[in-house]
Write a protein that binds this ligand. Structure first.
Ligand code: KIV
Ligand code: ZN
Length: 570
């Protein structure tokens, strides 16, 4: 591809003995949602008052965010009004801090102070651009020039804040050297140190230094190097809370956030589903859930993901893509047969070793943790035999014997090839019903009695019944054995039905559904060595077995006709 020569490569910050690669994330950062500001300003149709209020309440009530940038009140009337409505309408819980953004310009700062009157907890967030490129192209100034803008704004804000703080507002300050990652680190340190000084920051009055990757222009490891260097060099680092504000231009927003946390950041500004300017702000959900699946409490709650998606899509008119981590429609689904098989084995293994730890291959998280429909397995032509068995077990409570998976899998595979589309679980159920539960002939048990007794400590079963063959013959049978299956086979031993060898048997109670029933799976073999299954369901477990045998024989008869026809041809 031509044209790459015109781009100027990022110049990495040199750093000796970096420590961040050896760190791990063991604790949630302070989260700040910027959905109502950065996210909102990037929408084709910015949110109206009603939508912003709905999103605010979702962030606070459902997700549990404690710091929320509610807007840019000096820049738009809607943002000013929402700020007033949130404060005057009593929408802000006592443990939630609102944040307002303003450029480092005096008249806008004054307007912003007006907007926050009456609020309990406020972060006053001001910014100016400090990057090499912006200094050269936009502001035509040097480091001293942008530093002066920041210091003047800090002075004015500090001065205007004093009476507000005296009147009881919990007012804190945040400064963003916009395009931090494109700023020379020594210059960023110099500017930020000056801002801390001018805001009279100390350990009891920490200032948030928000270090935005306004336009993501380097790799996450290079950003982490910058950050570690910056933090090391910043005089009086304990006066600052280091905050990240990653955008996602290179698609590395999540990685930049995570490496930034390793490098010492304590706070993250983010948006739901990665909404935000251009390619978006970092996705709060992915960063938080990545922590969760590493066994770290993210201190945010996404257990009602469907509700969050619904609100987000309605308010922003954006769409959550199918592959969006932790949220997309398809992210808890395996179509591939080998994946389905391994998922199946994961569930079995957890049961077998009786662990509460999550040990399911291909499923990094239990979908139930996000309130998602349990659909780890979906069936298309790529799916194997294990997938249909998984759905029958987990959705409908039929735990087929392993040997039966291939037989039913073939039925499902044929249907999915025929339809050429994904098969929904209801279709899988219909196929199972048709294949096993609705087999009505050629043999039918018209009436039957099963008795059991114990003689000299030995159990006996007795079967009596009337069986109809097609519409033609009705014959009476009786037999006894050491169990119902044995008794039934003895009863039919003189009939044409008895051409099959009994191979195996499994039964269990059906765990799904209201009325309690038992299911029996019977495996028979014909004289050509073909194995096939029958399924019987009944409230009486012995009758379920008998039904299962009849079902298997009836299914076997179909094969018998085919085999006989083949034999006749030879
Ligand atoms: O991306 C950015 O740099 C910003 C700042 C205003 C914080 O949104
Ligand atoms: Zn931003």
């Amino acid at each position: 591809m031509k044209g790459f020569e015109k781009y100027i490569p990022f110049v990495p910050q040199k750093i000796e003995n970096r420590t961040w690669p050896d760190n791990t994330i063991t604790k949630a950062p302070t989260w700040c949602s910027v959905d109502l500001r950065d996210g909102n300003q990037a929408l084709i149709d910015p949110m109206n008052m009603e939508e912003k209020l709905e999103m605010f309440h979702m962030l606070v009530d459902t997700i549990g965010v404690k710091e929320i940038e509610i807007g840019f009140p000096s820049a738009s009337d809607t943002d000013y009004e929402i700020c007033r409505e949130l404060i005057e309408g009593g929408h802000i819980p006592d443990d939630v801090t609102i944040q307002v953004l303003v450029q480092a310009r005096p008249h806008l700062i004054k307007k912003t102070f007006e907007a926050i009157q009456g609020a309990k907890h406020v972060i006053f967030h001001f910014y100016n651009s400090t990057s090499t490129l912006q200094r050269e192209v936009v502001f035509r100034t040097d480091v001293a020039g942008v530093k002066q803008i920041a210091m003047d704004a800090a002075d004015l804000i500090y001065e205007m804040a004093q009476p507000v703080i005296a009147s009881g507002m919990d007012l804190r300050f945040e400064y963003s050297p916009e395009s931090f990652m494109g700023t020379e680190m020594d210059a960023a340190v110099e500017i930020c140190e000056a801002v801390l000084d001018h805001l009279h920051a100390d350990e009891d009055h920490k200032v948030i230094l928000n270090l935005p990757t306004t336009v993501e222009n380097c790799m996450p490891n290079q950003f982490a190097d910058e950050l570690e260097y910056f933090i090391r060099k910043l005089p009086g680092r304990e006066r600052a809370i280091i905050s990240l504000h990653p955008h996602n231009d290179r698609g590395c927003g999540v990685a930049t956030t995570e490496t930034g946390l390793l490098a010492g950041a304590e706070r993250v500004e983010a948006c739901l589903f990665g909404n935000g300017e251009r390619t978006g702000n970092v996705d709060m959900i992915t960063v938080a859930m990545n922590m969760y699946v590493q066994g770290v409490d993210p201190e945010l709650d996404f257990t009602d993901m469907e509700k969050i998606i619904d609100m987000y899509e309605r308010c922003t008119k954006m769409r959550v893509p199918e592959r969006q981590p932790y949220a997309g429609d398809l992210v808890f689904t395996a179509f591939s047969g080998s994946h389905q098989d391994a998922i199946n084995k994961g569930f079995e293994y957890m049961k077998e070793i009786n662990t509460s730890k999550w040990m399911v291959p291909y499923l990094p998280i239990n979908p139930l943790d996000l309130g998602r429909d349990y659909e780890p397995v979906r069936i298309n032509s790529q799916s194997g035999k294990g997938g249909a068995a998984f759905i029958m077990h987990h959705k409908f409570g039929y735990d087929m014997p392993k040997a039966m998976h291939a037989e039913f899998g073939a039925v499902v595979q044929e249907e999915s090839d025929r339809q050429g589309v994904e098969l929904k679980s209801d279709t899988i159920w219909e196929l199972f019903e048709k294949e096993y539960l609705q087999v009505t002939g050629p043999y039918r048990v018209l009436n039957s009695k099963l008795n059991a007794d114990v003689e000299d400590g030995v159990a006996h079963s007795y079967f009596y019944g009337k069986i109809q063959h097609k519409e033609e013959t009705i014959f009476e049978v009786k037999g006894e054995g050491n169990g119902p299956i044995d008794a039934f086979f003895n009863a039919i031993k003189d009939e044409r039905m008895n051409r099959f060898e009994f191979i195996d048997y499994k039964e269990h109670a059906i765990s799904k559904g209201s009325d309690s029933k038992a299911v029996a799976y019977i495996q028979l073999r014909d004289r050509w060595g073909n194995d096939f299954f029958g399924v019987g369901v009944d409230s009486n477990i012995s009758m379920a077995s008998i039904k299962g045998i009849i079902c298997a024989i009836n299914r076997g008869k179909k094969i018998e006709h085919i085999m006989e026809a083949m034999e006749a041809e030879q």
